[in-house]
Design a protein around this ligand. Sequence first.
Ligand code: FDA
Length: 305
Amino acid sequence: MEQLLRNFFLFLGKNRRLTVLAKKYGMMFGASRFVAGATLEGALKTIHELNAQGFSVTIDHLGEFVDNEREACDMADHCIQAIEAIADRGLDSQLSLKLTSMGLDIDRELAISNMHRILKVAQKRGVFITIDMEDEPHCQITLDIFKELRAEYDNIGTVVQAYLYRTVDDLQDLNPYHPNLRIVKGAYKEPPEVAFPDKRDVDENYKNLVTIHLLQGNYTAIATHDEAMIQFAKKLVAEHQVPKDRFEFQMLYGIRPERQKQIVEEGYKMRIYVPYGEDWYGYNMRRLAERPANVAFVLKGMLKR
Ligand code: FDA
């Protein structure tokens, strides 16, 4: 049943017509729990509030289905505007983005040129950029572009996914770049040819990747809501005396907020991933797919409207 619901929400999230309708009618389906409003101003207010509570932030301007050059360049312009606003207001926030929203599926060079525009401003203003990892067919090209940009900029990192078989080799391949990597389990529906179908294998691989990357001396973002992974990482860094400035925990906005606070109180760095923007719909559906139990919360929210 849970798998059925998961697939249903992933299917809804990919539907273009529903995405367009959702944009038109504004935030619904409990989205305000996971998305910090439709505008940059709303996101900046949320960053300010989170910073005041001791959290670092990374913001993500949601953009699904970018399919022409104008839209990709507009997305990049918006990122630049966000970087300037973060720096002007002295906020503790990075920026996360997807290469498809920079035009990767239209033209590789378009995405790269948009990335150069963003990274130049970000470097000047001291803002760190993380390239999110998308579905498996985009993995190799994302890592290739990351390496190309990393050779020129030091304020860039990316993401690796523990559900992919290839990731353990990717870590070795990336190691010479001393990359700042966010390690996640992986959010897309992938076939067994490329990804572990069994959650226990994903969890084991997650621990393995965190161990390798941290002990190679690279900056590691442990991005998970899973208590077992958090406890594993805490034990690992204590045993190996990894200094606190070499790693951080990360969680998504609105997920396990009480645990987020505790992690800060325990003295660790905790970064909250804050999505915002008119394209809240697909993101919201992926969060529901991850944990169909959240649907109960959403239904309650809808009944209250
Ligand atoms: P998992 O889903 O295995 O859940 C383990 C436990 O965590 C649950 O039993 C529950 O206790 C708790 N939990 C998990 N989700 C919950 C929820 N929604 N509500 C309440 N409790 C919950 N993916 C990707 O493919 N590319 C990317 O670039 C990113 N980027 C990214 C950034 C950040 C900061 C985070 C935290 C995550 C991502 N992800 C991602 C998503 C990631 O791949 C993954 O889908 C989710 O984090 C869920 O996996 P967990 O590791 O949290 O545990």
